[in-house]
Design a protein. Structure first.
Length: 131
């Protein structure tokens, strides 16, 4: 068995056209086109994430000039937060549609280091300031 001499690029490599942040949502705009149900794509985040983006911002995807936003979800169907994605990285995604809408679903776990908003235990302790 020999090693391949050429590395292949994903057949369905999609480069983001723009990334914006507004109203608590980080939006990734993809090129105009048809993204088929159950089809796999390699999404390359080509731009820098805006500095004003909050780590808890949810991530959505728009296509071309259409303003319809499709959620980007993790492989466990939870929303992807801005702190989970990085510029200049390729993310394998699969499109899932229903009759009225759809989602882009990550096929691999993201390296969500340092962005956990989870409490360490239940019940959640609250602190009050004494005045």
């Amino acid at each position: 068995m020999s090693c391949p001499s050429v590395k292949c690029v994903c057949e369905r490599l999609v480069l983001s056209q723009a990334i914006t942040f507004a109203d608590g949502v980080l939006t990734i705009n993809l090129p105009e086109g048809s993204y088929g149900n159950c089809e796999r794509y390699c999404l390359l985040i080509a731009q820098e994430i805006p500095e004003e983006t909050t780590i808890a911002a949810t991530v959505s995807i728009t296509i071309g000039t259409d303003t319809t936003a499709y959620p980007l979800v993790n492989c466990n169907c939870s929303n992807v937060n801005a702190c989970q994605i990085y510029p200049r990285k390729i993310y394998p995604v699969k499109v899932h549609t229903d009759i009225q809408s759809g989602v882009f679903k990550l096929l691999a776990k993201t390296g969500c280091s340092g962005c956990s908003r989870a409490a360490s235990a239940l019940p959640i302790e609250t602190t009050t300031e004494e005045g």
